[in-house]
Design a protein around this ligand. Structure first.
Ligand code: SF4
Length: 354
């Protein structure tokens, strides 16, 4: 059987104040972590259809670390192998070396091309360094280059977002993820009133999202998921697997997996992960129900879900279409950009999870 493979790298040069991902600047167990990741990858008996190194900051690994971990996997020839990278930790030589180690898709956490916004987010890179990292990736031979941008961040205006989008599409980028900032409870940002005051309100953020969708479409980046846009043929194959409810392995603390119909999570600490022969596995729930499949594929704005998948969906579709929140094409119901803004409400309205 073929399945995807996610590998979590829980190290960051510095913790960003808005982030609640499992990551830390403590890299004392990095070598042990790579060995444990390799051990766990080796224990996967499936052929691997795609690999994704996420984090954290995978670009804090050495090129030989990637090669070592990948050598333990049986990867389908030509498979997409992605790594997330911080523009502040990746120069051309490094990028060229990780490409030689097997990475063929690179995803940079750019977030903004405005230095004031980057500073408010606590990022370690500047707008200039972000542009330079994207050029370096191209020079290093990457064809498949993604940039993450954020919407609704402190000090952002429609104008500054437009400038960030203009910068992104003018650089060698084939894929853009545009996420709305979520203020996660317990993060330093959630308690920083002087920054929270400068966050655009929900209506402004929604307008910015709609403008971003339009701008990206006009510039050759077709929306294929609520937050994801790609030039033709550059959709992220690994992430498409999640939304299509395909199974995958998840390795490393906080990583989720979906294998043999069960969803699970690794709750190990970094130390436990490095010491255990095989990572811990906490069962979450059975996966792959009709409701779950519908909820995930509803995110896929190009593919959509069969209009007759649920009785109530079929009954209520007309209302949603009239309101401009959905459209119907060849029997498939798809969210419009306006619908993407209220996807959770649509799921409830249509009884998809009942
Ligand atoms: S670099 Fe990414 S994973 Fe690391 S702290 Fe910042 S946002 Fe979180």
């Amino acid at each position: 059987m073929e399945r995807g493979l996610y590998i979590h790298i829980p190290f960051c040069a510095r913790k960003c104040p808005y982030c609640d991902f499992f990551s830390s600047p403590d890299m004392s167990l990095k070598e042990e972590y790579v060995r444990a990741a390799k051990r766990n990858v080796h224990a996967v008996k499936d052929r691997i259809s795609s690999v994704y190194f996420g984090g954290g900051t995978p670009s804090l690994l050495l090129p030989e670390h990637f090669a070592d971990i990948l050598s333990a996997a049986d990867i389908r020839s030509g498979a997409e192998i992605s790594a997330e990278a911080n523009p502040g930790t990746a120069d051309e030589k490094y990028l060229s070396d990780i490409k030689a180690a097997g990475i063929n898709r690179i995803s940079f956490g750019i977030q903004s091309f405005d230095d004031k916004e980057l500073k408010a987010l606590g990022r370690i890179h500047s707008a200039e360094e972000a542009a330079s990292a994207l050029h370096s990736a191209k020079k290093a031979g990457f064809e498949n280059i993604s940039a993450d941008l954020m919407i609704g961040i402190p000090f952002q205006t429609k104008n500054s977002l437009k400038k960030s989008l203009e910068a992104a599409v003018s650089l060698p980028v084939t894929h853009i993820s545009a996420y709305m900032l979520k203020i996660e409870k317990g993060t330093p940002l959630s308690e920083n009133d002087s920054l929270l005051r400068h966050i655009p309100d929900d209506d402004e953020t929604a307008d910015m999202y709609l403008e971003a969708v339009n701008f990206l479409a006009e510039n050759g980046f077709e929306q294929y998921e609520i937050s994801n846009f790609a030039r033709k043929g550059y959709e992220c194959i690994h992430n498409l697997g999640y939304w299509r409810c395909e199974e995958y392995h998840g390795i490393g603390p906080s990583a989720h997996g979906f294998v043999d119909g069960e969803r699970f999570r690794c709750d190990d600490t970094v130390k436990e992960f490095t010491e255990r022969p095989i990572q811990g596995r906490t069962f979450i729930e059975k996966g792959g129900s009709k409701g779950e499949r519908a909820m995930l594929s509803l995110r896929l704005t190009k593919e959509g879900i069969p209009a007759d998948m649920f009785e109530r969906l079929e009954q209520r579709a007309e209302i949603l279409i009239r309101k401009g929140l959905m459209k119907k094409e060849n029997g498939m119901l798809k969210l419009t950009p306006e619908g993407c803004l209220v996807s959770n409400e649509i799921i409830i309205f249509c009884g998809i999870l009942d």
